[in-house]
Design a protein around this ligand. Sequence first.
Ligand code: HEM
Length: 511
Amino acid sequence: MDADVHNVTYLSLILPYAVVLCIVLWVRREKSRPDLSHIPSVGSSYCFVGAIRFLFNAQSVLQEGYERHKLAPFKVFNLTHWAVVVASPQLIEEVRKASDNDLRACEMPHISYSLAGVGIAHDTRTIADLGTKLARTLPLLFADMHQEVIAAFRDILPSDDAAGWVQLPVVDTVTEIITRVSNRVIVGLPLCRDQEFIALHKRLLKDGTMVAAIVGMFPKTLLQIVVYLFTKLPHDAKEMQRMVQATVEKREEKEQRDNEKFFSKSHDLLSEIIREGQETSSELTHRILAVSLESVHSTSMTFTHALYHLALADEDVIQSMRDEIDAELRHEGWTLAALERMRKVDSFLKESMRISGFRAVTMMRKAVGGYTFADGTYIPANTVLCTPSTAIHLDETKYPHARTFDAFRFARLSSHSSSSSSSSQYRLTTATPDFLAWGYGRTACPGRFFAAAQMKLVLAYFVLHYDVRFLEGDDAVRPPDWCLGASRFPNLGGRVVVRKRRWGEGGASSC
Ligand code: HEM
């Protein structure tokens, strides 16, 4: 009771200052806003109305602009500022080619707000370097990833077909599996299996996701206040930092001890960086935690969308994937190369990202000085630019029956291609002007190779060993996504039922 009274007093003291600060910042921002009157607006020409429409209906605002202006830029009021949306292939190419001196890349969109809010280093370049490093070490670490998938499924999902159909909360289950698989490669054993560490990841995913979406509405200066007043993020982040720090210290000792013994060396990301020896333990803790959160959050969200699609997939789609997985495993078992050859699994995930990408806009840039496109469109300094990824993904001229989930769309396109280079454009990790779920150009997601390998491995293993569907009756439909501003999250409360397949049904699945 006392604590409640204390919180209310604390809130009533802070809130008026926060509101005044908001108004002052808003007025200052209004005055310095670039003149975009030559670019047509969609949503509303009035900032306030435009902001409300964008907050609750960003996708339909962007869709309206895309259909009306397609080849010409238009502007929308993206919660706190006007953003110019470019969608034609020529303009997208120009944005891709423009240097950072002309169009500077904006901060990465995922959870950077929540990371910044709790003081965890989230420098884009640092995480990008680690993403690239993870992709390079994949061949070395694939066996560990596979081992972790087996262990995670054994611990989390029903291990016996006699258990029948078992109900599961989708987001919690997916986050737990992805936390273990991602972290097996990032921090290794035993931390990747620590129940407290996993529970913190789950809570941070839910709180962080909300904060990442909501704080976009506030000027950045107020971010810390919002995070501290309304979430448990600071407490949870501190706990995680403590756990990672303890692991870093233990591992530093171990690396020194095992320095000479090649075979006892661990090859996870943490050990690799310790061996490079360029940072203090606390710098290292921040970096490792930032990459761990980034990886778990975006991969879990994306995989949850895919699992919802899987629960609704036709039996022949599932059987076709099982046949493919089985055939590949018969050659050489679970290897990275076998996984790469699984075109249908690849296509299923790519189609899920096409239709349920978690951002309605990507390729965010800010014009440094005035910038003029080749078609003569002038973009004043400090204007934000972006591309309407979801609207492009739903364009009938690019993807026939674009609103229908067609699991093997990309596998078919790939097999009809005349050359290997044209077929590679349909692979899950390839970013193109028509497939923007990873962004495109120099800011395209550097963690995509790592994320895609995890998702393919988990999906292939799941399909081979389990049946999944929504509950019978009224619940047998995909729960609606949660859309806030340009973010689109899979429903965090969805449930499915899963059943372990009977022994022998899994073909090569015994491994
Ligand atoms: C399925 C999982 C993931 C999805 C869907 C995803 C999606 C994206 C998107 C849409 C962008 C913006 C690109 C642009 O607008 O041009 C991005 C950027 C970025 N992502 Fe990911 N990502 C995922 C996983 C990861 C992982 C695992 C890491 C790190 C290990 C990572 C690190 C980054 C970084 C550092 C950037 C900023 C790149 C830059 O600005 O240069 N992402 N990601």
